[in-house]
Design a protein around this ligand. Structure first.
Ligand code: BGC
Length: 787
């Protein structure tokens, strides 16, 4: 067999090639003709993962074995590679995570150079900026690192919907809203790919929980799929045509995503015109032949048994070789655009300083000011000493765990960021934290690679300690930290809800500082939504800093010092309590094969080796996030789209290009800075559809825009386009997007519940906007569901 062994190499082939399309087509045909059957079967599977414990059946052999980060080949620490076919001149491709920056090994044996990458802010923070231009710039910076470290495809962005706040990977995803998700992902893909490297939008589709993720049967209505779970992917495909798509682990209406022809062929290619190739998530799916037929072109990371199964099926005539050829062709179409194939001589030295600057700035744009009373923020000019409470003040969480983690060279803690901004810290308090944290950490079991470490409990802060600090410091900052990552969903206790010691810390510190005539500010260093309703009245201000990447401390300092005026707004609702979440009753699903439980717990290894199926029914249908809370008038703690500024804005002059919708309608609105400092405002455009016909959410996001930094008194006009698609809902009985006739209300809001201006237009006759394939039709169970 002529499959070349991949060896550690400094760079790709030396001869750059610029080839035109017909020549490419001819070359690709020639390559496929030149491959043996065996080469074909191996080429559609990846090269595996060295250092990864596999038993003879090719599955994980030991609990805790790391799933990624072990591909010690072309780019150490990358998640995987494709085969090189040296005789034909086919170069390998290196695929590396992930959404918050390139994930590779920072050091290599026998090499004094380092290969650190930038930990950019997590996706939810980026989306909270509502600034597609900014996201594209972050993407460009990420793409440069991918290119200069010799990778070909970045395994991101992640773009699943925040169906439930407990999903352990929500930080890797943008929002509960598909329109916003799609726009953000498209901007990110276009940014990264402007550097001539690829992306992989993931995880396609409806991968909204981590628990038992390899054997989770997701049951969801066609309408909810089209309008909520697929819509972001559609927008990203149509607006950025990513090089690749990564299929998800779960089953969708009975079929594994990578084996799902409806999903990967009918929807992705026939309906949306996707032109790249599809790869599995790592070890996703079960039947390699079904994957080939479904249009899952590449199986990652690839196991010899999968290639052998494909080879056998071809030989036995149960798999048409033309199917495999088609998949190979799709992979090769991308391969010829890859930097390694083109012979790009990567430097190993991306401009990390420039990336750090983008990170620091981007983070400030996505942080959300949730509360600001008594003029707490920005900190008064005379502020000198800050009392920093909360263990996370010293050990900031820059991003989540798992493949979404990055090996960065440094991270700026909150304390360091504050010092850098010229503040002094209450040193006795810090010293107390240091000693406490050291002692608590010593009690913890060793951290498993790739897995989140068990958090140490928050230090008890009683009123006496708080008072001592209040006597000496000018202001208190109280940091609440959270971390999570793949394989696990979050818990309600001590995670979604504050722990008893966190709640006591907030109460005692705020009381003590208020008694002393001083202020207290809570900083939320979290990756997903938490409960805020029970304690938000207590502090003077709350800044949602998210997990803001390696510059987190500097970015927080930029905001609280007033150097940057916050302008982020929420991309997910903060409910009053977990029980209010529309999917609270059916997340993350229930085990349906309990009799197969023969290994302890519900761990990943067990589900790889012996899947025990669980099932989750998306009973809430299209009523996800604000679509539910607004339509059913459920009170929330902070609504979708909410966020404060140090200044104020006035909206006026909402103008529609017509009061009758034909093919397009333009909406414009003036935004004026009516406060005293410069600032940016995010304007959201919601649409309420006429009643009758399909039931509709009370309003849906159909556009958004962000002003430039407006000086006090300055006005900017923002414009938005509404297309037939903006008016349409998916009607499963017609398998089509239909815009209903009647009167529509356009609402320009500072949030989903703070509508500042509105107007109406009418549509004379209903329009069939687009007919789609009949696909992904659920079982009878779901047909009983309304939405
Ligand atoms: C994750 C993917 C990731 C892949 C490769 C999987 O465990 O779900 O998001 O890209 O590993 O690291």
């Amino acid at each position: 067999m002529a499959l070349a062994v991949i060896v550690l190499a400094g760079c790709g082939p030396q001869v750059p090639q610029e080839v035109s399309s017909p020549a490419d087509a001819e070359k690709i045909t020639g390559w496929i003709e030149g491959m043996s059957l065996e080469e074909k079967a191996y080429f559609v599977t990846g090269t595996g993962m060295s250092g990864f414990g596999l038993n003879t059946e090719g599955f994980v052999s030991s609990p805790g074995a790391p799933v990624v980060g072990q591909t010690q080949s072309l780019v150490p620490g990358a998640a995987g590679t494709t085969y090189e076919l040296a005789d034909l001149g086919i170069t390998p491709m290196v695929l590396a995570d992930g959404p918050a920056g390139l994930r590779i090994s920072p050091v290599r044996p026998g090499d004094t150079a380092t290969y650190y990458c930038t930990a950019f802010p997590v996706a939810t923070l980026l989306a909270s900026s509502w600034d597609t231009g900014l996201i594209a710039r972050v993407g460009e910076a990420m793409g440069s690192e991918v290119l200069e470290y010799g990778a070909d495809i970045l395994l991101g962005p992640g773009m699943n919907i925040h169906r439930n706040p407990l999903c352990g990977r929500n930080f890797e995803y943008y929002s509960e809203d598909p329109y916003l998700t799609g726009k953000m992902a498209a901007a990110m893909v276009n940014g990264v790919e402007s550097k001539d490297v690829g992306t992989s939008i993931k995880h396609f589709a409806a991968n909204n929980a981590e628990t038992n993720r390899n054997a989770l049967k997701t049951i969801v209505s066609e309408r909810a799929l089209r309008e909520i779970y697929l819509e972001g992917f559609r927008i990203a495909v149509e607006e950025s045509q990513p090089w690749t798509v990564m299929s998800s682990y779960n089953l969708i209406n009975g079929t594994y995503a990578p084996e799902n022809h409806d999903l990967l062929t009918k929807v992705l290619r026939d309906d949306w015109g996707f032109e790249g190739f599809v790869m599995t998530d790592w070890f996703g799916g079960r039947d390699p032949v079904a994957m080939m037929n479904a249009g899952n072109d590449l199986i990652m990371p690839g196991l010899p048994m999968q290639a052998e199964a494909i080879l056998k099926a071809i030989k036995e005539g149960t798999l048409d070789v033309a199917v495999v050829d088609r998949n190979i062709e799709r992979i090769l179409q991308i391969l010829i655009r890859s930097p390694r194939y083109k012979g790009y001589e990567y430097s190993g030295k991306p401009d990390l300083r420039a990336s750090a600057e983008v990170t620091r700035e981007a983070a400030t744009q996505g942080m959300v000011l949730l509360k600001n009373e008594r003029g707490a923020l920005p900190l008064a000019e005379e502020t000198r000493i800050i009392a920093a409470f909360g263990k996370t003040s010293l050990e900031i969480v820059t991003g989540g765990t798992g493949s979404g983690d990055v090996n960065e060279a440094y991270s700026v803690s909150l304390v360091d960021g504050l010092r850098g901004a010229g503040y002094d810290l209450h040193e006795d308090l810090l010293e107390r934290y240091r000693k406490y944290m050291e002692a608590e950490k010593a009690k913890l079991p060793p951290v498993k690679p790739f897995m989140p470490s068990k958090p140490i409990p928050e230090m008890e802060v009683d009123i006496l300690l708080a008072r001592r600090a209040a006597a000496e410091a000018d202001v208190a900052l109280i940091t609440i930290g959270r971390n999570s990552g793949e394989f696990f969903d979050r818990n309600i206790e001590d995670d979604f809800n504050l722990s008893v010691s966190e709640a006591a810390m907030i109460r005692n510190v705020c009381d003590a500082f208020r008694e002393a005539g001083k202020k207290a500010v809570v900083i939320l260093n979290i990756g997903g939504v938490i409960e805020t309703a029970s304690w938000k009245d207590i502090p003077d201000a709350i800044l949602l800093a998210w997990q803001a990447g390696q510059e987190t401390g500097n970015s927080v300092a930029d905001i609280i010092s007033g150097k940057v005026n916050p302008s982020g707004k929420l991309t997910a609702t903060f409910p009053i309590k977990y029980g209010d979440v529309p999917s609270a009753g059916n997340f993350p699903g229930r085990m349906i094969e309990t009799e197969k439980i023969d290994t302890a717990g519900n761990d990943i290894v067990a589900s790889f080796m012996n899947p025990r199926f669980s099932e989750v029914v998306y009973e809430e249908g299209i009523y996800v996030g604000y679509r539910y809370y607004s339509t059913f008038e459920v009170p929330v703690s902070y609504e979708f789209g909410y966020g404060l500024s140090y200044t104020s804005f006035e909206y006026s002059n909402l103008v529609l290009s017509s009061d009758k919708f034909r093919n397009r309608l333009t909406v414009s609105i003036d935004v004026k800075n009516t406060g005293e400092v410069a600032g940016r405002e995010v304007v959201q455009l919601y649409l309420s559809a006429p009643s009758g016909g399909l039931d509709k959410p009370s309003s849906e996001l159909k556009g958004f825009g962000k002003t430039r930094a407006l000086a006090p008194g300055e006005v900017q006009t923002l414009t938005f386009d509404l297309t037939p698609r903006s008016l349409a809902s998916f009607d499963p009985s017609l398998s089509a997007w239909m815009a209903a006739a009647g009167e529509y209300t356009v609402k320009a809001g500072a949030s989903s519940r703070d509508i500042r201006q509105s107007s109406t237009f009418s549509l004379a006759k209903s329009i069939k906007v687009k007919e789609e394939s009949r696909a992904l039709i659920p079982t009878e169970t779901i047909n009983e569901l309304k939405h």
